[in-house]
Design a protein around this ligand. Structure first.
Ligand code: URA
Length: 432
């Protein structure tokens, strides 16, 4: 607790004018805001000043540390298993956590995956898992620890005590157009991950239209910033920079993505989802000291599926129950023949949200069965009239609204020579 008193308007002006804030000032302002002693308008102004002026290394470490100190730190040192976690900066069709968590756990590593809900055009792991009837995302710390000991895999919501400053500040950033700031994103992610107490961490930093980072240079800068913060906190941290110009897999939506995850856990599913899962699992296992294994083997053998079933059952979910489906569907067809040059991640994400799979505000409910199933990928040849996507929703008004965006969703060029398909989903690897 800092004893000195600062004047908030002076601190805002300091940052606005491009000067650095002291560690003491940052600690004071975050403590004060978390305790309800600083109004939203002053924190909003400071966030906007940071958006434009950035934070230097000392300020970034102070900001992250103050957010960690705003709550409790978890401790998994008595589990008897090494711990590893993954964080994605958010994408469209990103169901990787559902497969990766049980896959890595099936090798004896505990994965305490504290996940979030979808916001904006990106989906949230908790919303996806809640489409499994009975699945409980709110666990007590004791339940979480017991499950990590027994099954090693947990995917649940963070408690209110984990970096509460970030929970408040993130909601404010969302309402004030200050999300897309590298120091604010990095401190937000790393405060939660460091407070969670994992031994090692692999970051999936997305780049492309469906991601916060739209170009490779910014994604690399974010990845380096995250890795440096993790390393400074003694968390063994690496990052993969991965493509989010097009959705991952063929489905976007809650139950639709659970269905696709079950395919990957059964040794099938779309190649990009399988490839990225295996690459991230290899990194997590290496960080936990397990080398010389090919994680694809546990997808093909059913070992990862067995761990997923045990995790779902421990959290009250019923995998034998039918997954929810939407009341209405609409097929979108190609308006010409040619080659698919782009399936735009951002547009597909916005369509899924309009259909009811995502939320415009934190308090909105999501539909379990809503979303998009893509029938074509970048590089595929199509003929006019061929189905390219199916939209699902419970509400016909939402269908009309989503259909307004179909023109921007898929681009069809005259022939295959127009299409340069990237080699794979992984664009770079950043380590210390
Ligand atoms: N995810 C987070 O947890 N925080 C951000 O600021 C952005 C993505």
């Amino acid at each position: 607790m800092t004893s000195r008193h600062f004047h908030p308007v002076e601190l805002i002006a300091t940052k606005r004018d491009g000067e650095a804030l002291t560690t003491e000032a940052i600690t004071w302002i975050i403590e004060r805001y978390t305790a309800g002693g600083l109004p939203d308008e002053q924190m909003s102004a400071l966030l906007m000043a940071i958006y434009y002026q950035g934070l230097n290394t000392q300020e970034l470490h102070a900001w992250t540390q103050a957010m960690i100190n705003s709550g409790t730190r978890m401790d998994f040192s008595t589990l008897g298993h090494p711990t590893a976690d993954k964080h994605s900066t958010g994408g469209v069709g990103d169901k990787i956590t559902l497969v990766l968590t049980p896959l890595v756990a099936s090798y004896g590593v505990a994965v305490p995956q504290l996940s979030g809900r979808g916001l904006g055009h990106t989906g949230g792991t908790l919303d996806k898992l809640e489409s499994i009837p009975g699945y409980r995302v709110n666990l007590t710390p004791e339940e979480m620890t017991r499950q990590l000991k027994d099954i090693r895999a947990v995917i649940c919501a963070p408690t209110a005590a984990l970096a509460p400053a970030d929970q408040k500040i993130y909601a404010l950033r969302d309402a004030t157009a200050t999300v897309e700031s590298i120091p604010l994103i990095a401190s937000s992610i790393m405060s939660k991950k460091i407070a969670e107490g994992t031994d090692s961490l692999v970051l999936d930093v997305k780049v492309g239209s469906g991601a916060f980072m739209k170009d490779l240079g910014s994604a690399r800068t974010l990845a380096h910033t995250l890795v440096r913060l993790g390393t400074a906190a003694q968390v063994n941290t690496t990052a993969l920079v991965t493509d989010m110009s097009t959705p991952l897999g063929r489905t976007v939506g809650n139950a639709l993505e659970v269905e696709e995850s079950l395919e990957v856990l059964s040794g099938g599913g779309p190649q990009d989802v399988r490839d990225l899962t295996v690459a991230l699992a290899t990194e997590m296992l290496r960080a936990a000291g397990i080398t010389g294994v090919n994680p694809a083997e546990h997808l093909d053998s059913g070992a990862a599926m067995d761990t997923f079933a045990a995790m779902v059952s421990a959290q009250g979910g019923d995998l034998r129950a039918t997954l929810p489906t939407a009341h209405h569907e609409h097929q979108v067809v190609a308006d010409r023949s040619g080659s698919v040059t782009s399936v735009d991640a951002l547009t597909v994400g916005l369509i899924a949200r309009r259909l009811g799979a995502g939320r415009a505000q934190r308090c909105d409910a999501v539909q379990a069965g809503a979303g998009v199933r893509l029938h074509v990928r970048r590089g595929d040849s199509v003929t006019a009239g061929q189905p390219v996507a199916t939209f699902y929703t419970d509400d016909t008004k939402l269908m009309v609204s989503a259909l307004e965006l179909t023109e921007q969703m898929i681009e069809i060029g005259p022939d295959a020579t127009d299409t340069t398909v990237p080699d794979g989903v992984i664009l770079d690897r950043i380590s210390n």
